[in-house]
Ligand binder design. Sequence first.
Ligand code: AMP
Ligand code: ZN
Length: 505
Amino acid sequence: MVQLRLYNTLTRSKEEFHPLDPARVRMYVCGPTVYDFAHIGNARPVIVFDVLYRLLRHLYGPDHVTYVRNITDVDDKINDRAARDFPGLPLNEAIRRVTETTASQYMADVKALGCLEPDEEPRATENIAQMIEIINKLYEKDIAYIATGPEGREVLFSIAKMPDYGQLSRRKLEDQQAGARIAVEGHKKSPGDFVLWKESGPNEPGWSADFEKNTPSGDIEKVNIHGRPGWHIECSAMSNRYLGETFDIHGGGLDLIFPHHENEIAQSRCAFGHDVMAKVWMHNGFLQVEGEKMSKSLGNFVTINELLATEKFGGRKWPGEVLRLAMLKTHYRQPIDWTVKSLEEAEKTLDRWYRCLPDGDGSSDEKPDDPFLNALSDDLNTPQAISILHELFTSDMASKHGLRKHDDPEAIQYDDDLSIAVSSARILGLLTHPKADWEARKKSGTSVSEAAIDTLVTARLAARAAKKWAESDRIRDELVAMGIEIMDSKDPATGELKTTWKVKR
Ligand code: AMP
Ligand code: ZN
């Protein structure tokens, strides 16, 4: 078996990968906060860790790998969005609509990018009890404390209680001490202390939580805070529930190293008393636009859905497989500058590869190519793996069949070599569709999730009913951008406003 080597952010070096238990290789990747459509930068970690998942399944057997990717469905950004989109609804109902439709769109998006479903996809709101339990462990040990901030009581993690805090991001404790935040957050013992739990107001989602510890006199001191979790504790709780106190790989984008992953490590290690949370920490580089990270806040983003289901980019829709190959042409730790040209090039490559395939579903029993596997096992060197695929498809096929014959599918047999090439491509999540669909997929892109459209349509009607015209226009523009045409009408009997929609052709 080839030896997998992975770059570990914790040690800043490439290391041989040896799972804690080869019969159960465990990987956790931070998933989306479901308040808005995912952009193609968010697609990068999903694709990168899908390739790693496929590789691990190949190396250790599909039944011996557990991949967990969470859904963050409690977050203040979600509350803001819910209040904005559904002004007429009770907040909890509005939040449920936002998270459900965003999560279903996300799942449709990543499926269109050819990603396997993780083994577990836990939601934060379904793991609140686990979070409270971990916070209690920290509170009992005096690592967490309660203080009153500007928006109510908070349970905070005291970074001074963890001597080696900052290992992952290599920030020193003193660095956390400096800066103007002291004045703003005077209730914290140290400015780097972070929220584990915060009190909720009447208009915020909240759960009742008891925090208990023994006092020196032997009594139990109990504080109840109706509140909600901080972001970092969510991943400590969900990774613990599904993968245990220590596990093999934890991943996400570079921006998660600090504070998110640093704080996950602090919480989990201190609560469970281990030297490690995950053995290997992996971080993908950014997808950029003109040298800047693609992000919601900069406004320079392209949603996955816009790229696959509308004609905004290069005047056409794109199949998810094209975006996938375009991303994998760059090593996952390098930045990528996003361009339509890179999509065009990736599509040409896929054209060529699909042309080599015979008709049919192309099931392939051969093992992947060794040099290909070696490249991929070298810290997921996808650019090299792809150039090996090029060779497998072009030179080999050309010599065997002659390029002329490629237009005649009958002439092409599924021989061993072709089978090896296809098995290899499939570890990258490519060529997993039948050849016959390729031309159609190029034309139709991928359709949008109906549930997501219905929600937007309902939100627009609610905004109109509340006479929030700017808001209803904004939602209409959003729908138009998704390639959806909306038709308003009035029920002649009741005068009630109705909206129907269809995908623009
Ligand atoms: P967020 O919803 O911002 O927490 O992001 C979800 C995931 O996408 C995280 O793993 C981020 O690190 C990652 N991510 C966000 N923006 C980019 C980007 N421009 N390029 C690559 N990864 C990104
Ligand atoms: Zn996380």
